[in-house]
Design a protein around this ligand. Structure first.
Ligand SMILES: [Zn+2]
Length: 525
């Protein structure tokens, strides 16, 4: 099965034949926690932020493990607990402790396991901790015991710390940003786990682990500079499946790392797993070298501007419309609080946005009190409400919005109640809870027509597909907030020395692969 109709979405095909020494029907547990959390955002992600899946619900989360699917029938699956949240601020330590206990207690109650599918994002920060996934992975390993083969699926914006690397056996991550291959990646992690357990060393806990070749690449870039739609990330990531196809290689993966946490583990990483020591080391070093050499070539995925520059361009005579402006500093899907009011305040101050002949849609600020006040006043009423700047008051406190309640929309599962207040040209969307605006229907359900707007301002970085297709003009506004794209003004102080572009030196980094099979059994290639 080497045909690859879609290089980027490569799927490995059916499982290989069961080896006589392999495990015909291994027991495999499933668990993990998935969140991307900014340590620069004052938002704290508590219990309410997480969707907890257990048992049959958790198994149903993975379509490739549906009844009748090959991967489902190849093992006895024991879905334990998985917590998933939208990106946000660091996790409340008690929330983390509860989820961790549920996973660890589940392993102790339902084990032993031959394999474990460890499904994490990799950029979880927990208040007071430096390496949350490392802590979780160590706890999972302690509960599983040394013999269970652990396969880990991650976001390419996750971080691979020493502790995480040591505690698990297989690690892989997305190969596309935006993450159109998120499900393929989880499927690949499961596929790889099963292949190892079904293979010639499958029943021998000492031999079934692959070699892991690991290279730390001292580069930390924002996702908006590393989209795989554009070079150099496009070419670097296109090479990854080719490495995976080499004889002696099980998987290859490249992590960009997470730029909005001030932790020593935040940097790019390359890992190649397999059985041929020379090949996995050589290929990991080659991918790492490519990333390092390209470090200065990564550029923002679109034209960057200040908010006022972007608005000037969008309002210029003959400007293409709709003109989409990414209000990137408070992007909730990167971990922004979602209530930064700075950009809304600036819109309301502009004299050229007073004339209601224009239509500017501003999405969004979450503020339950403002929603309540506008809803009480009712649609069509003129109100003055204080909006946003409460959770993240860093860039600006609440902004007074005076205008007509344009619409009230109840019952969105993510946002709760949503209101639109029209003030001059500006249609300000205020939601009860944090919500990303990625789809045209997110606007339409509020009575707004994105195609008819002159300007659409969205808290987002690179544009998700529907907005990408909508935009006739686009600027990435470098606005302030917890996920400020201008990384150097955030003031990181705890990254490893020599991390580009925070600490630029003439010294060449050591890009030699560390190759290891088991915990503690490390050797330089
Ligand atoms: Zn990501």
């Amino acid at each position: 099965m080497t045909s690859r109709p879609d290089h980027d979405k490569v799927w490995k095909g059916p499982l290989g034949a069961l080896h006589p020494a392999g495990l015909a029907r291994p027991r495999i547990g499933i668990g993990g926690i998935s969140i991307e959390s900014s340590t620069f955002s004052p938002h704290v992600s508590g219990d309410e932020a997480f969707t907890i899946r257990t048992g049959a619900d958790l198994l149903a989360y993975y379509p490739f493990l549906a009844e009748g699917e090959e991967l489902r029938e190849a093992a006895d699956w024991v879905p334990l607990t998985h917590g998933r949240s939208l990106p946000g601020g660091a996790v409340d330590p008690q929330t983390y402790a509860r989820m961790k206990s549920a996973i660890v207690d589940g392993i102790r109650a339902h084990g032993p396991f031959d394999g474990f599918f460890f499904d994490i994002h990799g950029a979880m920060s927990v208040v007071g901790m430096d390496d949350a996934e490392g802590d979780l992975a160590e706890a999972v390993r302690d509960a599983l015991g040394p013999d269970t083969l652990v396969s880990t699926s991650m976001d390419l914006h996750g971080n691979v710390s020493d502790a995480l690397f040591d505690a698990v056996d297989l690690l892989t991550c997305y190969r596309m940003a935006p993450h159109e291959d998120w499900l393929n990646t989880k499927q690949r992690a499961v596929h790889n786990l099963l292949e190892r357990l079904r293979g010639p060393a499958g029943s021998d806990p000492d031999a079934r682990r692959p070699l892991k070749a690991w290279v730390r690449v001292p580069v930390l870039l924002p996702g908006e500079k590393t989209s795989t739609r554009l070079e150099p990330a496009r070419g670097l990531y296109a090479a990854v499946p080719d490495v995976e196809e080499l004889e002696g290689v099980t998987d290859a993966a490249v992590w960009v790392g997470y730029a909005w946490a001030d932790e020593p583990r935040c940097h790019a990483t390359v890992i190649v797993t397999g059985d041929d020591r020379d090949v996995v080391a050589r290929e990991a070093e080659r991918l790492a070298r490519g990333y390092w050499d390209a470090r200065a070539d990564f550029a923002f995925v679109g034209p960057t501007a200040t908010l006022d520059e972007a608005l000037d361009a969008a309002l210029a005579a003959g400007a293409p419309r709709p003109y989409v402006i990414s209000d990137s500093g408070d992007n909730p899907t990167a971990g922004g609080a979602g209530d930064v009011s700075w950009s809304l305040g600036r819109l309301l101050e502009r004299a050229d946005l007073v004339d209601p002949a224009r239509t500017v849609i501003a999405a969004s600020v979450f503020d339950p009190d403002a929603v309540k006040a506008a809803r009480t006043a009712g649609a069509g009423a003129t109100v003055t409400v204080e909006v946003g700047g409460r959770v993240d008051a860093g860039p600006r406190g609440p902004v007074a919005v005076t205008g007509e309640v344009f619409s009230i929309t109840e019952g969105d599962p993510v946002a709760g109640t949503q209101i639109v207040i029209r003030s001059g040209a500006v249609h300000a969307i205020v939601t009860e809870r944090r919500k990303p605006f990625h789809h045209l229907d997110d606007f339409r359900m509020l009575g707004l027509d994105p195609h008819a707007a002159d300007i659409l301002i969205v808290k987002i970085g690179y544009l998700e597909p529907e907005l990408y297709d909508l935009a006739r003009g686009w600027a990435l506004a470098l606005t302030p907030g917890g996920v400020d794209q201008d990384l150097l003004r955030l003031g990181h102080s705890r990254l490893r020395p020599g991390t580009y572009p925070f600490d630029v030196t003439d010294e060449e980094p050591d890009l030699t692969a560390l190759v290891t099979r088991r915990r503690g059994a490390e050797a330089r290639s």
